[in-house]
Design a binder for this molecule. Sequence first.
Ligand SMILES: [Zn+2]
Ligand SMILES: [Zn+2]
Length: 271
Amino acid sequence: MSVGVRSLGSGSSGNGLLIEGDGTSLVVDCGIGPRVLASGLRAAGRTVGELDAVLLTHEHVDHVRALPRVIKERVPVIATAGTLRAAGIASGGAEAIALGGELAVAGASVTAIGVSHDAAEPCGYHVRLAGIAVTVVTDLGRPEPALAAYLAAADLIVIEANHDEAMLRAGPYPAHLKRRVLSATGHLSNAACGRLLLEALAGSRRRPTVWLAHLSTTNNRPTLARQTVQRAIAAGGFVAPVVPLPRHGHDLVWRPGLSSAETVQLSLPLG
Ligand SMILES: [Zn+2]
Ligand SMILES: [Zn+2]
């Protein structure tokens, strides 16, 4: 089986990420609808029922929409105890992971990373399998100090670049929503994402690929997000492939050793 990571969708309309290698298939978040989940997995030659586990970052609907389908197919669900409770998942078929704790899931090792977000017990994940390491952190209001080390240890970083702060402040969101997004338990801006990556790369010996996730369609632009992040890391002398994730990402695939140009190529619709 191939080793790789595939985006199944990113942003407030639904998040999902397939990570597979050495016979293990995991999905982080299932906020895309059940049909989109199934068709995304089909593009990778998989079915929902074949998944070894679904890892949930938190209970917001853009991360759990396809959960009933996942549970119906008897796929084990892994999340913090707080998220399992808030998502209304009974203990059978689910396993709680502690923040900072590590769990063996099929052939993978999974660590839950605490994040600051307005949910019950939200987290990101550091996943190691088949010789690769992937760190996924979306939906966080501010970077926690412990985050940089998990980012530094990854070959692929999937990190939120939710909004451009000036666009958000000048944009059409009502005041209470602007405050929520900008708060310490809201979402990460392009600039904050860039600062965090700069810190992570300074402590890393790897040359990771960076996928920018959970982009706002109202308060951000993919090129703006990429430029802001690239400029931030360039200040430290770093160059990394930075790819903003499209909302619908079935054909965006990362494999170890694949150049960013090839990664971007794969993201173009066929035909
Ligand atoms: Zn979200
Ligand atoms: Zn959220």
